[in-house]
Write a protein of this length. Sequence first.
Lengths: 604, 328
Amino acid sequence: MRAHTSALTKGLTLAAGLTLILAACSGGSGGGSDKSGSAGLTSCTTQGKANTCNGGTTKSGGSFTYVLEKNIQQWNVQDVNGNTFENAEALEVVLPQVFVPQPDLSVALNTDLVTSATQTSSSPQTIVYKINPKASWNDGTPISADDFIYYWRTNNGKDCPPPPSSDATQTKGCLPQSTAGYDRIKSLTASDNGKTVTMVMSKPYSDWKSLFGAGYPLYPAHVAEKISGAKTGDAAHMTAAQMTAGWQYFQKNPPTKYATAGAYKMSEWADNDHATYVPDPKWWGAKKASLKRLVFKVISDATQEPIALKNNEVQGIYPQPEVDLVNQVKDIPNVTYVIGNGLTWEHFDLNLHNPVIGKYTALRQAMFTAISVKDIIAKTVGQFDPSVKALGNHNFVPGQAGYQDVVSGTGQGSGDLTKAKKYLTDAKFTGVGSALKTPDGKSVGPFNCRYTTGNQIRQSECQILQSDLANLGIKVTIKPIGAADLGTVLAGHQYDIIVFAWVAPPFPTSGAQQNWYTGGGGNYGGYSDKKVDALIAQAIGETDQTKAASLLNQADQIMTDAAYVLPLYQKPTFLAVQTRYVNMRNNATNVGPAYNTGEWGLKK
Amino acid sequence: MLAYTVRRILVSIPVLVVSTFVVFLVVVNSGDPVANFATSRQPAPSKAAVAAFARHIHADQPVMERYWHWITGVLHGDFGPSVQSNLDIGHDLFTRFRVTVTLVASAMVIALLLAVVFGVFSAIRQYSAADYAITFVGFLFLAMPVFWFAVLLKQAGIWFNEQTGSQFLGTIGEKSPYLEVDTTWNEFTDRLGHLVLPTITLALVSFASWTRYTRASMLEVLGSDYVRLARAKGLRRRTVLVRHALRTALIPLATVTALDIAIILGGAVITETIFQWHGMGEMLVQSAQAVDVYRTMAWLLLSAVVVIGFNLLADLLYAVLDPRIRYD
């Protein structure tokens, strides 16, 4: 009945295993394949099918319950505290965004909101958005340039500044999750009765398609104006206090309380339990909602999701895959599933603040070369997803335009012991293979390899690294990190080697600035290279996407040669839905499978 | 007895203050929520956002000052800020307590009834086949890990639903998100269907230990002189068992159940997790994982009050059940 957290974790893991045994004992013949003849989600792994797989025409009616793994506490997804995956999924059903990340990791223009978004000039960079004439909030207010201006001014970090240091409540200012891009907008001008927005940048911004969308939708400006006492339709002249009032309002209130613009509207939010959506009769879009009811149900323990799916309490789940979980779903009849590769990628990081690791590039190169990524994959995620491959880039993943393997050519991750030892002997290290010493006679190691406790896969990764580096004469101790301490360990540089994952944004330049730029927010290991900084800065300001990608890959090559971070693989994602529904797809970006809920429905 | 009760309540106040202070120190030093905030988000939050977060959760203040603010805030109904933006800890606490009480109440009533019936039966039929069977079942449930038993029950529930072609037994949550036909009767049966499996899980595990207490206690009483005397006086067997033996035998059980219930009300962690009842257990786990100091303290405070309250209740029950005991 009562247990400590660690006991609970062990218990639940065992429970999942036992469930599997029970399922096997019961002789369930189900199988995940769709008996109706449709390829279901299995076709999603076919090249070129990611955006259209599991498609079909729908019939009216039915209910679909999809799982959210966390409660939603704060409803402003643009706010740093509300920037959660679950919030993005729940809000994108009802709020519009300009560009929407797709399952194939590209972005698509949301033509229900804007009929076009075109770069009309590169100097100064100018983008013209033509808002769909039919687009309106469901209280009848047209979606207009005012909504874009409100978005820009609350997110640029200047017009609605962060709370002052005297404010301990976080309520006297705006704290956007990122000001990137918005801080480069020089002007937003309305024309054509508010249905055309012209955006002029003060400095070019390569990821301009990330603005006003990509998981961070527009909120209704007229609602913010009304509750803050500002003049309707005049977001351009809202004061910081008025914008803060709007910002706070959207934090505290679920979208049941204000005007929305989606195929569905949220009819109920039961805190910590579920959100219910029903078709919105005011929806102007081409594809009308066909489900009678769409429910997002909060299930905070992923191991319970397959059981709920089997009992028809939910019809779609999107958990982090584990061997037992995948096997359980395989045995559920009339369920189709897909294991895909997303934007989250696993990696080993070296802490350059460690005097030995930081000083010797050859040592770092040798360490990364001695590690066999193929072996790591085979012994971890490869057990339930044989398609997982070694990742060869720090900014792009396969499938994204710009992906180029800059890692394997260096031999890093190959497990080539001869090459690894040669790095060391060439650099005059001694004791190679027995007890490694630096050229000036100091012992190398022991180093710690840190992973978050309870994560079996990462523990195995550290163990394989430990074994690989022992071949070089480097002793590694494995040291777990408490569930709540990853941040402390990263920010405090309390590691020599650490394994964790990053979620690559669909727009790589901003991610590169975070992780590799000198002093970047995610650059925990202290990497610094002026050439890399310059190339990244150049990429951010490059309006040609191909050139920007090329610049990032040049920077990546320099960084790879310095052996700072070793990419391992893209983490698998897992979507399972009942076969009687269609149009659900594995969108492994920050918007998740809920990116197209308007198309979900019962198969006709 | 009133004076005793008041005295006990007054004594519990310093106990609460000391225990909350010790736990506060432990929780504050168990991790760094500000570092977690700064590193767990993508994109990484700005320095201004990190600073605002630190101020919001009072991480920029000395520990003693934080504790003082917390304890004085609690007296005014303010449980302090959570690391989760927009979370009202007080509302969260009492909502979750209601959920746990709903889950625990029915389970404990069932467990207690079963424990008394089977414990007494087992004692008066000592070493019979029935006694051995009840003993075996009791030990079986005692030995069976809750997480395993709960998962078994879930599978059985799914089997039941499949056989009956219904959706009566729920495996997650207190109720379904919606009902196709929304009537009072359907809502009642829906809630009942969600209550069955977790109730059985909790009830049978508690029953297993309580039935052993009842049996042992009853055996001891049945062998005592006053019961023999009652029998020798020619009283009916039923009268001896119920009026003389059972009342005395229930005294240790009252103590055990009162203390057990108090602890379970702090969170039936595994049962709540497996059946996705968002109660006190989940609150504790989430708060500890997130180093959510004030939320953990709110949990602790309510749990401590419940434990102290049920301890007092156990002592008072002693006096009610045993006429020899009087509190002055």
